[in-house]
Design a protein. Structure first.
Length: 376
């Protein structure tokens, strides 16, 4: 885990005003030749065209994605039911619960660009080798003894570890322990689907790739099927112990963000950049009693409460969370986080689509300047 870029991205940020307010009502055409305009609109649609004036006022409105909390209590109950009902031995099928944003209308994802899911593997289960064009990452939340094999390298994982499966890399999963393994999946599938670039392939004879790398070689790979290693991290596993040491160091150095408190960004060891071109991952520590200031940014994010309890104020509404819960942050909404405990830190792991926004020159961030930086 590199030391470069590991401080908060929002400490002394270059904050830009965000757009997004709907345009003022456009002049009504009712007082003109309305029937001619209506006839024109109908003729345009019949020939697969659309008058810009009919959609202009809506094009800058916020999306339908809403803040939401998925409680661990409910997730755990559903995982237990799925564990009893489904057998996944040597199967490409996953026992994964997708976190479906209640505002999403034409997809089943957490945001318009991110899929988040909670997956459980029972002892002895395996998922056959496969690959896909979308990038994926997994944060282990419960258990130890899970394995993910990427590009012939087998990596053993425990709670708090983060593992990457880069774009088009062969990979498979297994549980070689005697207890259930649970992890959070993060995938850029909605973005890839929107770009009409989804590809998926199962390994030959629906089998398993050979393991040809030792554990050390598996965790840092420079032969990822021709991927640009300045954009895809060759470091495939980030251990919890590393992340915890990094958080300790940042806190000791008083490297604190007013918006995220103690924040560590998982980064590419080659250049300190994001771990993939489309998805980033952070882990943050909210010290006891901390109430961060509010800000907003163009990217969306999905959080897992790894430790502790507290609440977030998102777009003026309070959302309580506790250990094991998940919550989603839509793009362009004000948000601030609060650790309700006066004695224990809270730890939040999150995935985000910020690298995609940055690559396209679309990333913007803004601090709340009223109310002393807090939402009313």
């Amino acid at each position: 885990m590199t030391s470069g870029n590991q401080g908060s991205a929002t400490k002394d940020p270059s904050l830009l005003k965000l757009g997004g307010a709907p345009r003022p009502d456009l002049p009504s055409l009712a007082n003109e030749t309305a029937t001619d305009v209506e006839r024109l609109c109908a003729d345009l649609e019949r020939d697969a065209m659309k008058g810009l004036w009919t959609v202009q006022g809506r094009s800058e409105a916020l999306s339908d994605i809403r803040p939401h909390v998925w409680t661990w209590k409910k997730i755990q109950a559903y995982l237990d039911r799925a564990g009893s009902a489904m057998s996944l031995e040597d199967s490409p099928v996953r026992r994964a619960l997708m976190l479906w944003n209640p505002g999403a209308k034409d997809h089943w994802d957490a945001t318009n660009t991110l899929t988040a899911a909670v997956q459980m593997m029972l002892p002895g289960e395996q998922v056959i080798t496969h690959r896909h064009i979308h990038s994926a990452l997994r944060f282990i939340t419960h258990g130890r003894g899970a394995t993910t094999t990427v590009n012939g390298g087998k990596i053993t994982l425990s709670a708090g570890d983060l593992v990457l499966t880069p774009n088009w890399a062969w990979h498979d999963h297994s549980n070689e322990s005697d207890e259930p393994i649970i992890w959070m999946d993060g995938v850029d599938r909605p973005l890839v689907k929107m770009l009409d670039a989804v590809y998926f392939e199962v390994y030959q004879n629906h089998g398993y790739q050979p393991v040809v790398k030792n554990e050390h070689e598996a965790g840092f790979q420079t032969d990822l099927d021709g991927l640009d290693l300045s954009r895809y991290s060759p470091k495939l596993v980030y251990r919890w112990e590393e992340a915890e040491r990094a958080l300790d160091h940042l806190e000791a150095q008083n490297d604190i963000s007013p918006y995220d408190d103690v924040l560590f960004k998982y980064s590419n060891p080659i250049n300190g950049g994001p771990i993939t071109p489309t998805m980033g991952a952070d882990i943050q520590r909210l010290r006891p009693g901390v109430h961060t200031r509010a800000h907003r940014h163009t990217n969306s994010a999905v959080y897992h409460v790894y430790r502790g309890s507290g609440h977030s104020i998102i777009d003026g509404e309070r959302f309580d969370w506790e250990e094991g819960d998940y919550f989603v942050l839509p793009s362009r909404v004000w948000h601030e986080h609060v650790n309700d405990s006066k004695t224990h830190a809270a730890v939040l792991f999150s995935i985000n689509d910020r690298p995609a926004y940055e690559s396209l020159g679309l990333y913007r961030e803004e601090a709340l300047t009223t109310g002393n930086g807090f939402q009313s």
